[in-house]
Ligand binder design. Structure first.
Ligand SMILES: Cc1cc2nc3c(=O)[nH]c(=O)nc-3n(C[C@H](O)[C@H](O)[C@H](O)COP(=O)(O)OP(=O)(O)OC[C@H]3O[C@@H](n4cnc5c(N)ncnc54)[C@H](O)[C@@H]3O)c2cc1C
Length: 298
């Protein structure tokens, strides 16, 4: 991640400023405020602003006249109850605003989350940083033979070097002396690994929905690393909510009704096998993985 001296100075100046307020603030998130957390080779996320804290969730759930909080253990139990039973609106009372620098192909996945407010850097009016995402060799992998949406074996060193050479060749001006095209047209030839930037504001409920999809093992590595960096900020901001989210959403698995029936038969000591179980081979394998069993067992 490269920041110019001017950008660093602006961040430092913003971190110097503080003002008294009656609003709730969270010291652990204040410590992170404005600081970029590096992601991929040139990307980052940084928290620009936030509203509310764990107490705001509790306050809204209790529709309280004051801050709504009771004993820490009672508040944590209430937040866990809300998360467990998908009583989601109290979590919408908190908001957070990020500045994100990310490759365009990651932005295309990210923008599918429609419940945020977004303002993107304009490649029509401004010149994009000449920065392109180049995967680390360990992340250069061939197409997975079994998962159409995923990657398989990591490329051999020579093959990885050849791919990186091809990727590096993109973006270099071929004939810098020519008149060239207006930015609004020239950008049509940008490669999808070009970095863009946006401000992205979202409420806590929808942020957790985003994170449950994008911090998941099924999400592409390049967006997952952004989600993992954002999880750090959520943990600092709303630690009780983070713990409930980790226990009831991130680390939880959902069993369908047929899966539950299989589980009940297994617990009763029955030797259930996939054929005749009511589960497809794929569902069976998913369930066995969730139970920590060999997915090929039948
Ligand atoms: C692993 C993975 C693979 C994917 N593969 C593909 C793919 O191949 N092709 C593809 O097109 N997309 C793909 N997606 C994107 C996916 O289909 C969703 O568009 C994306 O995850 C955003 O989810 P969302 O709509 O729940 O989120 P948000 O847009 O944040 O919406 C949150 C919730 O609000 C409600 N909502 C918001 N807007 C509307 C609306 N207009 N109408 C009704 N309800 C609304 C819905 O309940 C929604 O769940 C993939 C996502 C993942 C995580």
């Amino acid at each position: 991640m490269h920041l110019t001296d001017e950008q660093r100075n602006e961040i430092d100046a913003a971190r110097e400023r503080s003002a008294p307020t009656r609003r709730a603030t969270v010291p652990a998130l204040e410590a992170l405020l404005y600081q970029p957390i590096a992601v991929l080779d040139h990307g980052f996320i940084r928290v620009i602003d936030y509203m509310g804290d764990d107490a705001a969730v509790v306050q809204a759930a209790r529709v309280s006249y004051g801050n709504g909080t009771r004993r820490v253990s009672e508040d944590a139990a209430l937040i866990r109850y809300l998360m467990r039973h998908r009583h989601t609106t109290p979590f919408e009372m908190c908001e957070i605003k990020y500045h994100v620098k990310l490759p365009i192909f990651v932005a295309r996945q990210w923008i599918r989350h429609r419940t945020a407010n977004v303002n993107e850097y304009s490649a029509r009016y401004s010149i994009l940083d000449r920065e392109f995402y180049l995967p680390a060799p360990g992340n250069l992998a061939a197409q997975s033979p079994s998962n159409r949406q995923g990657r398989g074996a990591v490329l051999e060193a020579a093959e990885a070097a050849a791919v990186l050479d091809l990727l590096r060749a993109d973006g270099a001006p071929l004939e810098p002396g020519r008149q060239g095209l207006a930015r609004e047209l020239a950008r049509m030839n940008l490669t999808l690994n070009t970095y863009t930037q946006w401000y992205w504001k979202i409420d806590l409920h929808n942020l957790l929905h985003f994170l449950s999809l994008r911090a998941d093992a099924h999400a592409q590595y390049e967006i997952r690393v952004y989600a993992e960096a954002m999880l750090q900020t959520v943990q600092a901001w709303v630690p009780m909510t983070f713990e409930a989210f980790r226990d009831y959403r991130l680390g939880a698995v959902t069993f369908s009704a047929p899966m539950l029936a299989v589980l009940q038969r297994l617990l009763a000591g029955e030797a259930v096998v996939q054929p005749g179980s009511g589960l497809s081979r794929r569902e069976w394998a998913e369930m066995m993985v969730a139970l920590g069993r060999d997915p090929r067992s039948e």
